[in-house]
Design a protein around this ligand. Structure first.
Ligand SMILES: *[C@@H]1O[C@H](CO)[C@@H](O)[C@H](O)[C@H]1NC(C)=O
Length: 266
């Protein structure tokens, strides 16, 4: 068969297929811009200003609309009212997490942030109970926050009122409160381990918000077979995981079951 004819035939098949999928699912999904086969609505989104693109689309389709990110239909909730109605008024139904291949690959679907279903429910229940016993809502965590606030003020005082960029130090403070709960102690702001952790976390957040990672999450095979910044993300994740595992072992050796000091979950 003529290769051009073959190409035209397969392309029209793809388009028909995608139109059919849209119309068959159309009754259930909110309205949205018409997607193209394979790339979905990527052409209607400006990857450099995703927020603005979403705002623009919400003006046309209302606060709840469907976007195809690749071939994956995604329902966008735009604005406070829609988000509150879903996450607060119908919290139970919206408690699930979408699939996030980068995290699935890094954490094997474990942990409290990206797990789902019963695993998530159990992890959450156990975490809440443990944190309550450790003093969530009681004084001991408040004390940790106060101690950190003191240190933050000290650190800012060192600048003697001269202009400075507080971004880094303001990020350190909450990170350190979390560290003091999971590792029992806070870190000094100059501690090399702490600086390493912060640097790795910051780098991961940066990588996560790149358009490339969004593409990888849509076409998850890229994560396994392509070079790119996602590999740095996995490297950092593994590094932090190893650090936490080392700490866990250390703490296990000196554990007193009757007075648990900290809560490490990974
Ligand atoms: C949003 O809409 C405005 C006005 O129509 C337009 O100027 C702007 O380029 C659009 N922005 C994006 C990111 O689509």
């Amino acid at each position: 068969m003529d290769p051009v004819l073959l190409l035209v035939l397969s392309l029209s098949c793809l388009i028909l297929l995608s139109l059919w999928r849209q119309s068959s699912g159309g009754g259930k999904l909110p309205p949205g811009p018409t997607p193209l086969p394979i790339i979905g609505n990527f052409l209607q989104i400006d990857v450099k200003d995703i927020q603005k693109s979403f705002t623009n689309l919400s003006k046309v389709y209302g606060p709840v609309y469907t976007l195809y990110l690749g071939w994956k239909p995604t329902v966008v909730l735009h604005g406070y009212e829609a988000v509150k109605e879903a996450l607060v008024d119908h919290g139970e139904e919206f408690a699930g997490r979408g699939r996030f291949p980068a995290f699935d690959k890094a954490a094997n679907g474990m942990g409290i942030v990206f797990s789902n279903g019963n695993r998530w429910k159990d992890t959450r229940r156990f975490s809440l109970m443990t944190l309550r016993n450790l003093g969530m809502g009681k004084r001991s965590i408040e004390d940790r926050v106060k101690e950190e606030a003191q240190c933050l003020v000290e650190e800012l005082r060192k600048t003697n009122g001269s202009p400075c960029d507080p971004t880094f130090i303001l990020g350190c403070a909450p990170c350190n409160v979390i560290c003091s709960i999971i590792f029992q102690d806070r870190f000094d702001y100059k501690d090399q381990n702490f600086l390493n952790l912060m640097e790795k976390l910051n780098e991961m957040t940066k990588i996560l918000s790149t358009p490339w990672l969004q593409v990888c999450n849509t076409f998850s095979a890229l994560l396994d077979y392509c070079p790119g910044s996602h590999n740095q993300f996995f490297k950092n994740f593994a590094c932090i995981k190893n650090y936490v595992l080392d700490k866990t072992k250390e703490h296990e050796e000196s554990l007193d079951i009757t007075t648990p000091r900290d809560f490490i979950i990974f």
